[in-house]
Design a protein around this ligand. Sequence first.
Ligand SMILES: [Zn+2]
Length: 425
Amino acid sequence: MERRKVTFKLYPNAAQSARLEAWTRLHCELYNAALEERIDAWRKARKSISYYDQQNVLPQIRADRPEFIALGSHALQQTLRRLDLAFQSFFRRVKAGQTPGFPRFKSAKRFWGFAYPDPAGWKLMPHGSRGATLRLGSGDAAMSIRARGRHRFGVEAKPNDITVTRRNGAWFVSVTLRVPDEACARQRTGDQRRGVDFGVTDWATFDDGRTIDNPRWLREELPRLAALQRQRARKRKGSVRYKRLSQRVARLHDRIGNLRRDFVHKETTRMVQQCAVLATEQLAPKNMSRSARGTADAPGRRVRQKAGLNREILSAGFGMAQQMLAYKAEEAGTRLHLSDTRQIKPSQWCSACWEISPKTLGDRMHICPHCGHVMQRDRNSASVALIDAHTPGTGVAARPKPLPRQRGKSKSVTRETPTTAPPGA
Ligand SMILES: [Zn+2]
Protein backbone atom coordinates (compact mmCIF):
# COMPACT_ATOMS: atom_id res chain seq x y z
CA MET A 1 0.00 0.00 0.00
CA GLU A 2 1.21 3.46 -0.85
CA ARG A 3 -0.20 6.78 0.20
CA ARG A 4 -1.05 9.47 -2.30
CA LYS A 5 -2.57 12.88 -1.81
CA VAL A 6 -5.16 14.41 -4.10
CA THR A 7 -6.99 17.68 -3.79
CA PHE A 8 -10.58 18.38 -4.73
CA LYS A 9 -12.09 21.79 -5.04
CA LEU A 10 -15.28 22.24 -3.05
CA TYR A 11 -18.36 24.06 -4.30
CA PRO A 12 -20.42 24.72 -1.16
CA ASN A 13 -23.69 26.61 -1.48
CA ALA A 14 -24.21 29.74 0.62
CA ALA A 15 -25.54 27.88 3.67
CA GLN A 16 -22.78 25.26 3.50
CA SER A 17 -20.16 27.92 3.05
CA ALA A 18 -21.41 29.71 6.15
CA ARG A 19 -21.28 26.47 8.08
CA LEU A 20 -17.74 25.67 6.92
CA GLU A 21 -16.75 29.14 8.13
CA ALA A 22 -18.48 28.56 11.45
CA TRP A 23 -16.78 25.19 11.92
CA THR A 24 -13.39 26.67 11.11
CA ARG A 25 -14.04 29.40 13.69
CA LEU A 26 -14.89 26.78 16.33
CA HIS A 27 -11.73 24.81 15.56
CA CYS A 28 -9.77 28.02 15.84
CA GLU A 29 -11.44 28.80 19.16
CA LEU A 30 -10.51 25.34 20.45
CA TYR A 31 -6.93 25.78 19.29
CA ASN A 32 -6.57 29.15 21.00
CA ALA A 33 -8.29 27.96 24.20
CA ALA A 34 -5.98 24.96 24.38
CA LEU A 35 -2.97 27.19 23.85
CA GLU A 36 -4.14 29.57 26.57
CA GLU A 37 -4.66 26.67 28.97
CA ARG A 38 -1.10 25.49 28.43
CA ILE A 39 0.32 28.96 28.95
CA ASP A 40 -1.77 29.58 32.09
CA ALA A 41 -0.92 26.27 33.69
CA TRP A 42 2.74 26.96 33.17
CA ARG A 43 2.58 30.52 34.42
CA LYS A 44 0.55 29.78 37.54
CA ALA A 45 1.76 26.36 38.58
CA ARG A 46 4.82 25.57 36.45
CA LYS A 47 2.79 22.64 35.24
CA SER A 48 2.91 21.41 31.68
CA ILE A 49 -0.20 20.06 30.06
CA SER A 50 -0.03 17.19 27.62
CA TYR A 51 -2.08 16.43 24.56
CA TYR A 52 -3.89 13.70 26.50
CA ASP A 53 -4.84 16.06 29.33
CA GLN A 54 -6.51 18.23 26.75
CA GLN A 55 -8.08 15.43 24.81
CA ASN A 56 -9.74 14.15 28.00
CA VAL A 57 -11.54 17.46 28.45
CA LEU A 58 -13.16 17.30 25.01
CA PRO A 59 -16.28 15.39 26.15
CA GLN A 60 -16.87 18.08 28.78
CA ILE A 61 -16.53 20.80 26.17
CA ARG A 62 -19.00 19.03 23.93
CA ALA A 63 -21.45 18.80 26.83
CA ASP A 64 -21.13 22.50 27.68
CA ARG A 65 -21.03 23.73 24.10
CA PRO A 66 -23.30 21.56 21.94
CA GLU A 67 -22.23 23.45 18.80
CA PHE A 68 -18.97 21.51 18.97
CA ILE A 69 -20.73 18.15 18.63
CA ALA A 70 -21.30 18.44 14.88
CA LEU A 71 -17.57 18.88 14.28
CA GLY A 72 -16.85 15.28 15.21
CA SER A 73 -14.64 14.17 18.09
CA HIS A 74 -11.78 12.95 15.91
CA ALA A 75 -11.57 16.24 14.07
CA LEU A 76 -11.44 18.11 17.40
CA GLN A 77 -8.69 15.78 18.60
CA GLN A 78 -6.81 16.50 15.40
CA THR A 79 -6.85 20.24 16.10
CA LEU A 80 -5.47 19.59 19.60
CA ARG A 81 -2.83 17.34 18.08
CA ARG A 82 -1.87 20.16 15.79
CA LEU A 83 -1.25 22.42 18.75
CA ASP A 84 0.73 19.63 20.39
CA LEU A 85 2.86 19.38 17.25
CA ALA A 86 3.52 23.09 17.36
CA PHE A 87 4.80 22.71 20.92
CA GLN A 88 6.87 19.65 20.10
CA SER A 89 8.67 21.40 17.28
CA PHE A 90 9.10 24.48 19.46
CA PHE A 91 10.82 22.46 22.20
CA ARG A 92 12.83 20.47 19.70
CA ARG A 93 14.24 23.64 18.23
CA VAL A 94 14.92 25.15 21.64
CA LYS A 95 16.85 22.01 22.52
CA ALA A 96 18.81 22.30 19.30
CA GLY A 97 19.93 25.77 20.36
CA GLN A 98 17.77 27.68 17.92
CA THR A 99 15.43 30.52 18.85
CA PRO A 100 12.02 29.50 17.51
CA GLY A 101 8.88 31.57 17.92
CA PHE A 102 6.53 30.44 20.69
CA PRO A 103 3.29 28.83 19.37
CA ARG A 104 0.91 31.66 18.61
CA PHE A 105 -2.75 32.46 18.92
CA LYS A 106 -4.42 32.32 15.53
CA SER A 107 -7.01 34.62 14.11
CA ALA A 108 -10.14 32.88 12.86
CA LYS A 109 -9.82 34.70 9.57
CA ARG A 110 -6.49 33.08 8.88
CA PHE A 111 -7.07 29.71 10.47
CA TRP A 112 -6.08 26.99 8.02
CA GLY A 113 -9.18 24.79 8.36
CA PHE A 114 -9.71 21.41 9.96
CA ALA A 115 -8.93 17.75 9.40
CA TYR A 116 -10.41 14.32 9.95
CA PRO A 117 -7.53 11.95 10.80
CA ASP A 118 -9.36 8.73 9.88
CA PRO A 119 -12.29 7.59 7.74
CA ALA A 120 -14.86 8.56 10.43
CA GLY A 121 -17.16 11.56 10.20
CA TRP A 122 -17.05 12.10 6.44
CA LYS A 123 -17.48 10.33 3.13
CA LEU A 124 -16.19 11.12 -0.33
CA MET A 125 -18.29 9.77 -3.16
CA PRO A 126 -16.89 10.13 -6.68
CA HIS A 127 -19.23 10.25 -9.64
CA GLY A 128 -18.69 10.84 -13.31
CA SER A 129 -15.20 11.46 -14.63
CA ARG A 130 -14.23 14.27 -12.28
CA GLY A 131 -17.16 15.01 -10.02
CA ALA A 132 -17.58 14.03 -6.38
CA THR A 133 -19.66 14.69 -3.32
CA LEU A 134 -18.14 15.24 0.09
CA ARG A 135 -20.39 14.39 3.01
CA LEU A 136 -19.33 16.00 6.27
CA GLY A 137 -20.72 15.56 9.77
CA SER A 138 -23.66 13.46 10.84
CA GLY A 139 -27.32 13.78 11.77
CA ASP A 140 -28.95 17.18 11.37
CA ALA A 141 -25.63 18.93 10.88
CA ALA A 142 -24.57 16.73 7.96
CA MET A 143 -23.96 18.38 4.64
CA SER A 144 -23.26 17.12 1.15
CA ILE A 145 -20.91 19.43 -0.70
CA ARG A 146 -20.28 19.29 -4.41
CA ALA A 147 -16.62 18.75 -5.31
CA ARG A 148 -14.49 18.52 -8.42
CA GLY A 149 -11.24 16.69 -8.98
CA ARG A 150 -9.93 13.33 -10.05
CA HIS A 151 -7.03 10.94 -9.69
CA ARG A 152 -5.59 8.08 -11.70
CA PHE A 153 -5.62 5.39 -9.03
CA GLY A 154 -9.00 3.85 -9.81
CA VAL A 155 -11.63 2.42 -7.48
CA GLU A 156 -9.08 0.41 -5.51
CA ALA A 157 -7.78 3.58 -3.88
CA LYS A 158 -9.45 4.09 -0.51
CA PRO A 159 -9.68 7.55 1.07
CA ASN A 160 -8.10 7.46 4.52
CA ASP A 161 -8.17 10.98 5.94
CA ILE A 162 -9.01 14.49 4.77
CA THR A 163 -8.07 18.08 5.41
CA VAL A 164 -10.53 20.86 4.62
CA THR A 165 -8.84 24.18 3.92
CA ARG A 166 -9.78 27.63 2.76
CA ARG A 167 -7.61 29.68 0.47
CA ASN A 168 -8.48 33.09 -0.93
CA GLY A 169 -12.14 32.50 -0.27
CA ALA A 170 -12.23 29.09 -1.97
CA TRP A 171 -12.57 25.75 -0.18
CA PHE A 172 -10.57 22.62 -0.87
CA VAL A 173 -10.43 19.14 0.49
CA SER A 174 -7.14 17.30 0.38
CA VAL A 175 -7.58 13.55 0.57
CA THR A 176 -5.00 10.93 1.50
CA LEU A 177 -5.61 7.77 -0.49
CA ARG A 178 -4.35 4.32 0.32
CA VAL A 179 -3.38 2.95 -3.06
CA PRO A 180 -2.37 -0.62 -3.92
CA ASP A 181 1.19 -0.72 -5.25
CA GLU A 182 0.18 -1.87 -8.70
CA ALA A 183 -2.20 1.07 -9.07
CA CYS A 184 0.71 3.47 -8.51
CA ALA A 185 2.76 2.14 -11.41
CA ARG A 186 2.88 4.19 -14.59
CA GLN A 187 2.80 2.93 -18.13
CA ARG A 188 5.92 3.62 -20.12
CA THR A 189 5.63 4.11 -23.85
CA GLY A 190 9.28 4.58 -24.81
CA ASP A 191 12.82 3.48 -23.98
CA GLN A 192 14.75 6.65 -24.83
CA ARG A 193 17.85 7.73 -22.98
CA ARG A 194 17.67 11.46 -22.63
CA GLY A 195 19.52 14.27 -20.94
CA VAL A 196 17.50 17.34 -20.15
CA ASP A 197 18.43 20.83 -19.05
CA PHE A 198 15.94 23.30 -17.55
CA GLY A 199 16.34 26.97 -18.31
CA VAL A 200 14.82 30.36 -18.74
CA THR A 201 15.19 30.75 -22.52
CA ASP A 202 13.51 27.46 -23.25
CA TRP A 203 11.82 25.72 -20.36
CA ALA A 204 13.58 22.47 -21.18
CA THR A 205 16.20 21.41 -23.73
CA PHE A 206 17.02 17.78 -24.51
CA ASP A 207 20.36 16.38 -25.61
CA ASP A 208 18.96 15.66 -29.09
CA GLY A 209 18.18 19.35 -29.53
CA ARG A 210 14.46 19.10 -28.93
CA THR A 211 13.08 21.85 -26.68
CA ILE A 212 9.96 22.57 -24.67
CA ASP A 213 8.86 26.16 -24.99
CA ASN A 214 8.18 28.33 -22.02
CA PRO A 215 4.54 28.00 -21.02
CA ARG A 216 2.07 30.51 -22.37
CA TRP A 217 0.95 31.77 -18.98
CA LEU A 218 4.43 33.19 -18.57
CA ARG A 219 3.75 35.61 -21.39
CA GLU A 220 0.12 36.24 -20.56
CA GLU A 221 -0.35 36.16 -16.81
CA LEU A 222 2.96 37.51 -15.56
CA PRO A 223 2.59 40.96 -17.17
CA ARG A 224 -0.88 41.14 -15.59
CA LEU A 225 0.61 40.32 -12.21
CA ALA A 226 3.31 42.94 -12.60
CA ALA A 227 0.70 45.54 -13.63
CA LEU A 228 -1.49 44.76 -10.62
CA GLN A 229 1.46 45.02 -8.29
CA ARG A 230 2.40 48.38 -9.78
CA GLN A 231 -1.17 49.59 -9.36
CA ARG A 232 -1.20 48.48 -5.76
CA ALA A 233 2.08 50.22 -5.06
CA ARG A 234 0.36 53.52 -5.80
CA LYS A 235 -2.38 52.97 -3.17
CA ARG A 236 -2.14 53.86 0.48
CA LYS A 237 -1.30 50.76 2.49
CA GLY A 238 -4.30 49.47 4.44
CA SER A 239 -6.85 51.41 2.39
CA VAL A 240 -9.90 49.74 0.87
CA ARG A 241 -8.44 49.96 -2.62
CA TYR A 242 -5.15 48.52 -1.43
CA LYS A 243 -6.94 45.55 0.13
CA ARG A 244 -9.06 45.01 -2.94
CA LEU A 245 -5.97 44.95 -5.15
CA SER A 246 -4.17 42.68 -2.70
CA GLN A 247 -6.98 40.21 -3.07
CA ARG A 248 -6.67 40.28 -6.83
CA VAL A 249 -2.90 39.87 -6.60
CA ALA A 250 -3.38 36.89 -4.30
CA ARG A 251 -5.89 35.30 -6.65
CA LEU A 252 -3.65 35.81 -9.67
CA HIS A 253 -0.72 34.33 -7.75
CA ASP A 254 -2.89 31.32 -7.06
CA ARG A 255 -3.85 31.07 -10.69
CA ILE A 256 -0.24 31.25 -11.84
CA GLY A 257 0.66 28.59 -9.28
CA ASN A 258 -2.10 26.34 -10.59
CA LEU A 259 -1.11 26.86 -14.22
CA ARG A 260 2.51 26.16 -13.36
CA ARG A 261 1.71 22.99 -11.46
CA ASP A 262 -0.49 21.79 -14.29
CA PHE A 263 2.18 22.50 -16.89
CA VAL A 264 4.98 20.85 -14.92
CA HIS A 265 2.79 17.81 -14.20
CA LYS A 266 2.02 17.26 -17.86
CA GLU A 267 5.58 17.74 -19.09
CA THR A 268 7.24 15.58 -16.42
CA THR A 269 4.70 12.82 -16.99
CA ARG A 270 5.52 12.85 -20.68
CA MET A 271 9.27 12.76 -19.97
CA VAL A 272 9.21 9.70 -17.72
CA GLN A 273 6.80 7.94 -20.06
CA GLN A 274 9.15 8.29 -23.00
CA CYS A 275 12.41 7.52 -21.25
CA ALA A 276 14.14 4.53 -19.75
CA VAL A 277 16.96 6.79 -18.60
CA LEU A 278 16.56 10.45 -17.83
CA ALA A 279 19.54 12.56 -16.79
CA THR A 280 19.57 16.09 -15.49
CA GLU A 281 21.57 18.38 -13.30
CA GLN A 282 20.76 18.27 -9.61
CA LEU A 283 19.25 21.58 -8.64
CA ALA A 284 20.76 23.61 -5.88
CA PRO A 285 18.10 26.06 -4.70
CA LYS A 286 20.84 28.63 -4.08
CA ASN A 287 21.97 28.56 -7.69
CA MET A 288 18.47 29.30 -8.82
CA SER A 289 17.69 32.36 -6.75
CA ARG A 290 21.11 33.81 -7.27
CA SER A 291 20.72 34.47 -10.96
CA ALA A 292 18.02 37.15 -10.81
CA ARG A 293 20.29 39.61 -9.11
CA GLY A 294 23.42 38.28 -10.60
CA THR A 295 26.78 37.41 -9.07
CA ALA A 296 30.34 37.11 -10.18
CA ASP A 297 29.58 34.63 -12.93
CA ALA A 298 26.47 36.54 -13.98
CA PRO A 299 26.67 40.28 -13.54
CA GLY A 300 23.04 41.13 -12.98
CA ARG A 301 22.91 44.75 -14.06
CA ARG A 302 21.25 44.08 -17.35
CA VAL A 303 18.71 41.69 -15.90
CA ARG A 304 15.50 43.64 -16.23
CA GLN A 305 12.84 43.58 -13.54
CA LYS A 306 10.54 41.49 -15.64
CA ALA A 307 13.19 38.98 -16.49
CA GLY A 308 13.74 38.71 -12.75
CA LEU A 309 10.08 37.96 -12.15
CA ASN A 310 10.02 35.41 -14.95
CA ARG A 311 13.05 33.71 -13.59
CA GLU A 312 11.71 33.70 -10.08
CA ILE A 313 8.47 32.11 -11.17
CA LEU A 314 10.21 29.61 -13.42
CA SER A 315 12.77 28.66 -10.79
CA ALA A 316 10.03 27.44 -8.50
CA GLY A 317 8.92 25.30 -11.41
CA PHE A 318 12.37 23.73 -11.81
CA GLY A 319 12.38 22.51 -8.22
CA MET A 320 8.86 21.25 -8.67
CA ALA A 321 9.83 19.49 -11.90
CA GLN A 322 12.68 17.69 -10.21
CA GLN A 323 10.48 16.53 -7.35
CA MET A 324 7.84 15.29 -9.75
CA LEU A 325 10.41 13.57 -11.93
CA ALA A 326 11.75 11.78 -8.87
CA TYR A 327 8.51 10.14 -7.84
CA LYS A 328 7.15 9.67 -11.33
CA ALA A 329 10.36 8.01 -12.48
CA GLU A 330 10.02 5.61 -9.61
CA GLU A 331 6.45 4.84 -10.58
CA ALA A 332 7.33 4.33 -14.24
CA GLY A 333 10.51 2.35 -13.62
CA THR A 334 12.55 5.05 -15.33
CA ARG A 335 16.09 5.55 -14.13
CA LEU A 336 16.49 9.18 -13.09
CA HIS A 337 20.05 10.35 -12.84
CA LEU A 338 20.85 13.63 -11.12
CA SER A 339 24.33 14.96 -11.82
CA ASP A 340 25.98 16.32 -8.73
CA THR A 341 26.88 19.90 -9.63
CA ARG A 342 29.65 20.03 -7.06
CA GLN A 343 31.52 17.40 -9.06
CA ILE A 344 30.42 18.11 -12.57
CA LYS A 345 29.10 21.31 -14.04
CA PRO A 346 27.03 20.47 -17.09
CA SER A 347 26.95 24.06 -18.25
CA GLN A 348 30.76 24.40 -18.04
CA TRP A 349 31.88 21.09 -19.44
CA CYS A 350 32.24 20.01 -23.01
CA SER A 351 30.11 17.05 -23.99
CA ALA A 352 32.55 16.09 -26.76
CA CYS A 353 35.95 16.16 -25.03
CA TRP A 354 34.97 16.37 -21.32
CA GLU A 355 37.16 19.43 -20.75
CA ILE A 356 36.06 22.58 -18.98
CA SER A 357 34.94 25.43 -21.17
CA PRO A 358 33.99 28.33 -18.91
CA LYS A 359 31.11 30.56 -19.91
CA THR A 360 28.86 33.16 -18.37
CA LEU A 361 25.07 33.05 -18.15
CA GLY A 362 24.93 35.29 -21.18
CA ASP A 363 26.79 32.86 -23.47
CA ARG A 364 24.08 31.01 -25.32
CA MET A 365 26.49 28.88 -27.36
CA HIS A 366 28.97 26.31 -26.18
CA ILE A 367 32.17 26.75 -28.15
CA CYS A 368 34.87 24.46 -26.82
CA PRO A 369 38.35 26.02 -26.74
CA HIS A 370 39.89 22.51 -26.60
CA CYS A 371 38.19 20.57 -29.37
CA GLY A 372 36.20 23.22 -31.18
CA HIS A 373 32.89 21.54 -30.45
CA VAL A 374 30.01 23.94 -31.07
CA MET A 375 26.57 23.34 -29.63
CA GLN A 376 23.68 25.30 -28.20
CA ARG A 377 24.49 25.83 -24.54
CA ASP A 378 21.54 24.06 -22.90
CA ARG A 379 21.79 21.15 -25.31
CA ASN A 380 25.44 20.70 -24.34
CA SER A 381 24.45 20.69 -20.64
CA ALA A 382 21.81 18.07 -21.29
CA SER A 383 24.38 15.95 -23.15
CA VAL A 384 26.89 16.24 -20.31
CA ALA A 385 24.26 15.12 -17.80
CA LEU A 386 23.38 12.17 -20.01
CA ILE A 387 27.01 11.11 -20.41
CA ASP A 388 27.42 11.39 -16.66
CA ALA A 389 24.48 9.00 -16.25
CA HIS A 390 26.43 6.26 -18.01
CA THR A 391 29.49 4.90 -16.29
CA PRO A 392 32.38 3.98 -18.59
CA GLY A 393 31.68 0.73 -20.35
CA THR A 394 27.94 0.83 -19.99
CA GLY A 395 27.43 4.07 -21.88
CA VAL A 396 25.71 3.28 -25.12
CA ALA A 397 24.28 5.86 -27.44
CA ALA A 398 25.07 8.63 -25.04
CA ARG A 399 28.83 8.85 -25.35
CA PRO A 400 29.99 10.28 -28.66
CA LYS A 401 33.48 8.78 -28.46
CA PRO A 402 35.74 7.20 -25.88
CA LEU A 403 36.81 9.81 -23.40
CA PRO A 404 40.47 10.77 -23.62
CA ARG A 405 40.60 11.60 -19.96
CA GLN A 406 38.06 11.69 -17.25
CA ARG A 407 38.30 14.20 -14.50
CA GLY A 408 36.70 13.77 -11.11
CA LYS A 409 34.16 11.11 -11.90
CA SER A 410 31.09 12.41 -10.18
CA LYS A 411 29.37 10.64 -7.37
CA SER A 412 25.90 11.46 -8.52
CA VAL A 413 22.62 10.24 -7.23
CA THR A 414 20.88 7.56 -9.19
CA ARG A 415 17.37 6.45 -8.51
CA GLU A 416 16.60 3.15 -10.03
CA THR A 417 13.67 0.85 -9.65
CA PRO A 418 12.44 -2.20 -11.51
CA THR A 419 9.60 -1.60 -13.92
CA THR A 420 7.22 -3.96 -12.22
CA ALA A 421 7.15 -3.05 -8.57
CA PRO A 422 7.95 0.09 -6.62
CA PRO A 423 10.30 -0.29 -3.62
CA GLY A 424 8.83 -1.85 -0.54
CA ALA A 425 6.57 -4.07 -2.62
ZN1 LIG B 1 35.53 20.09 -26.28
